[in-house]
Design a protein around this ligand. Structure first.
Ligand code: FAD
Length: 386
């Protein structure tokens, strides 16, 4: 791995931001041989050497990062205030990749290619003048390039009527006695006071004595850190009824849930990737696999057309569905439990996953829509349209 120190150097590709989306794309490009005779620079203000997040997702196919999957589950529990439903995910599984494992795996591979350079610095601006190559300005130098992949998401750039946040804090706890079923995550447990907002607990068990217990909200405003902690503690005390446990690690974050129409092409030679490129699914926040799909589409475009501008798909149907969900959750956060319970109780999981993966048929869509409380969604539809 070379650390760039040269002034005003030119690279074929610059990755502005070197997190999940940039590293995934660079990894696929490198693997496909697209960086054999090309130079690339990955710029990030942080060093990726901590377990700063974990990525969970469902899939029924092998993925490129199979060998670093930390845990796979074949079933989940969904719990609302009335009942608990155990759901077999077959043919899907729910999987988890730890951030640190991803960074180490990808960086180890990329560092073997001397055409790929890294620099740790703050990007100031990306300048693109007509008919000229883009220039990326960092603290004391500037780099020119043929293409920029920009993943520096900034929520102030999102001008949208509907902007909720999926915000959360989780504790990885170790208990004195075995209490968790390591084969059974809890995707949603609504047994936490709702207080007119959609709030739930998410549990990923790693062993009989170790699990991530995360308090999550889909709402407009963040809480103070104490409020997340208090809610996790209350759930552990009252629902799990644990007396002795130790907090090993914590995870905190937010993911945008917005119907803002993200554009992949920021300008002629600057492409937005990752969350900045609209890869966070508006109604769920799941992003990781959508990033992988986008990276593969960019590679395919380079291979076939010689440029990295992937063909865009018409996803207006899902944009409307996501917008309706956001509108309902914004106006009636108190209905979050009912909406999600019905989605999970009244639909087979493969139909629900096809819908959330944006691969559903019209019949799937109609069945999904008829499973949720209709009036709030009809109201949301008219509010969005008029
Ligand atoms: C705590 C957490 C947990 C998540 N869990 C899941 C999950 O379980 N499943 C899922 O599907 N999604 C999850 N997500 C959502 C999403 O997958 C991640 O946010 C993912 O990292 C997005 O990738 P990205 O490349 O767009 O952004 P990032 O990975 O955040 O990368 C952007 C990079 O840009 C750098 N950067 C920004 N501005 C500058 C600048 N001016 N100069 C230099 N560098 C800059 C940042 O340092 C960062 O490294 C989670 C998000 C968070 C925050």
């Amino acid at each position: 791995m070379k650390i760039s120190q040269e002034q005003n150097k030119h690279y074929d590709y610059i990755f502005a931001g070197g997190g999940c989306a940039a590293l995934s794309l660079a990894w696929y490009m490198n693997k496909a041989g697209l960086l054999k005779d090309k130079t690339a620079l990955i710029i990030d203000r942080e060093v990726k050497n901590s377990n700063n997040r974990t990525w969970a997702f469902w899939t029924k196919e092998a993925i490129a990062f199979d060998e670093i999957v930390f845990k796979k589950w074949k079933q989940i529990d969904f719990v609302d205030s009335q009942k608990r439903k155990n759901i077999s995910l077959d043919p899907y599984s729910y999987q988890l990749i730890r951030g640190i494992d991803f960074y180490e795996f990808v960086l180890a591979d990329l560092s073997k290619n001397s055409n790929i350079h890294f620099t740790q610095t703050e990007i100031k601006t990306i300048e693109e003048k007509k008919a000229a190559k883009p220039i990326v300005h960092v603290a004391h130098e500037s780099f020119s390039t043929d293409w920029v992949f920009d993943s520096r998401f900034n929520k102030t750039e999102v001008s949208s009527a509907l902007y909720l946040k999926q915000h959360f804090k989780g504790w990885i706890i170790e208990t004195a006695n075995p209490v968790f079923n390591p084969e059974l995550p809890v995707l949603f447990d609504f047994n936490t006071p709702q207080k007119n907002l959609m709030r739930f607990i998410y549990i990923l068990p790693f062993s009989p004595t170790r699990a991530l217990v995360e308090y999550t909200l889909f709402s407009e405003n963040l809480l103070s850190e104490n409020e997340y902690d208090a809610a996790i503690k209350e759930y552990i005390d009252k629902v799990l009824k644990l007396e002795k446990y130790e907090i090993l690690e914590t995870e905190m974050g937010e993911i945008p849930m917005t119907n803002h129409k993200f554009s992949v092409q920021s300008s002629d030679r600057v492409l937005n990737i990752g969350t900045k490129g609209g890869r966070s699914k508006a109604s769920t926040g799941y992003t990781f696999l959508r990033i992988q799909k986008q990276a593969l589409a960019i590679c395919k475009s380079i291979e076939i057309f010689g440029h990295p501008k992937p063909q865009t798909q018409n996803n207006s149907k899902y944009h409307l569905f996501d917008s309706m969900m956001l509108q309902v959750l914004k106006d009636r956060g108190d209905l979050g439990e009912a909406v999600f319970s019905r989605l999970f109780f009244k639909n087979p999981i493969d139909r629900l996953f096809r819908f959330l993966d944006e691969e559903s048929s019209l019949a799937d869509d109609l069945r999904i829509m008829s499973s949720v409380p209709s009036l709030p969604f009809i109201k949301a539809f008219f509010k969005l349209k008029f």
